[in-house]
Design a protein around this ligand. Sequence first.
Ligand code: SAH
Length: 413
Amino acid sequence: MEDRVAIRLKPREEDRILAGHPWVYDNEIARAEGSAASGAEARVLSGRGRFLGSGTLSPGSKIRVRLHSRADEDWNEAFTRRTLDAALGFRRRVRDLSSESARIVFGEADGLPGLVADRFVGTPLGPDGEPAGPAGSWIVLQVLAAGAEARKAGIVRVLADALSPEGILERSDAPVRQREGLPPAVGVLEGSVPDRIEIRENGLGFAVDLAAGQKTGWFLDQRENRAAAAVYAPGRTVLDAFCNAGGFGLCAARAGAASVLSVDSSEAAVAQVRENARRNGLADRVEARAANAFDLLRELEKEGRRFGLVVLDPPAFAKSRAALEGAARGYKEINLRALRLLEPGGILVTCSCSWWFDRERFRAVLEDAAADSGRRLRYLEDRGQAPDHPVVSGYPESRYLKCVIAETVDSGQ
Ligand code: SAH
C-alpha cells in the first residue's frame, strides 16, 4: 500500500489555509482515510471537498499536516530539487554564496516544511584554533518534522548535487522534534565535517562550532542587526548580554567601542567569545564573563556601572501561547534593568526571537520598561531578521525576529 492519506477538514476550517498558511492542526480534521505512517503524503480537502493542497503527515503532532504545495504533487526528490533551486535563486540575490554563509532553506518559508539548512563558507580549524585545511563549504541540517525526516536521504542527495559541499552535518537536536515524536539525530550525513571552522561576517573572522555550538553553530539571522548596532558603538562602553559566540559585541569593538563586556550563561560560548576576540585582535577591549544575565544586570546596577550601549539578545522566552505571560515578565525585567544601566543618551539594542511574542507585545514591554525606568525612549530602528530568513505572506510564523534600537532621551539633551 502506498503511504498516502486523504484528509478532510471540518466545515469552515479552510480559510487560514486558503490564505497561505501551511499547517493543518489535528483539531481541524474531520476524518483521515489511508496511511497513518509518519511522513506519509497527505492530500487535504475542505469540508465541502475542495482541494486545498499536498502535504506530509505528522501522526503524533498537533500540527498534523504540513503543506508543501497547493497543487496535487508528492514531495519527492524532483520536488526537493526544484524547490531548493528556487530557494537558492533567492539567496543569490541577497548573499554572495561564494564567500558568505547563509541560511539556504528556511522551512515552510521556502516550501520545504520542517527543513532548515545553513551553509557555512570558511576554513577548518584545528584544536589550537589555527587553520587546519583548505577553505570550503559545509551544510548543517535541522530536520524538524516527520515529512522531512522520511525524505532525508533524498534531501541530502539533492543538497550534495546542487552545492557540492565538503560535508553535510545533521544537527537535529532541537526540542521541537519531540513534538513530532522524533528522537534527536546528530551526525555526518555526507562527506566530512570539521568540528570547527572560521567564517567571515561583517569583516570579522568567527570560529563557529559546527559540532557542538547552539542550533546550527552560528546565528545567521542577526548578521545585519549586528552591523546596525555597531554603527552606534564608536567611543561607547558596550554590554552584550546573551552574547553566545560574541557576534554583537565583537562587531561593536571593531567599529570602535571603548570597551565591551560580553555575557552568556554558557561557559562554552564565553570561551568562544574570548577566542573570537583574540582572533580579531580585539582582546584588549573585550571582556567575556559566564553569568546568568538576569543576575548580572542586577549586580552591575548595584555596583553603579553605566554603559553607553546595551545589547539584549535572549533565547525565545515564549515557545507557546501558555508561556506568553511569563515571557512578558522576563522581557520586561531585562529591558528595565538595561535601561537603568544606560548613560544619558545611551543606546538600547533589544531583541526577541519568539514568534509568539509578536511586535505589538514586544513594543508594549518596551513602553512599560521605559515608563518604569522614568526615562523616555526615542525609537531609532525597528528591525527584523536577515534576508536569508525570508518572511512570507500567509505564514506569520516566518516573521519571528525583532530587533529594536532606541536611545534614551534624557533631560538637558
Ligand atoms: N547574541 C548572540 C545570539 C544569542 S542566542 C549572537 O549574536 O550570536 C541566546 C544566548 O543566550 C545563548 O547563547 C544562551 O547560552 C544564552 N542564555 C540563555 N539563558 C541565559 C541567561 N539566563 N543568562 C545569560 N545567557 C543566557
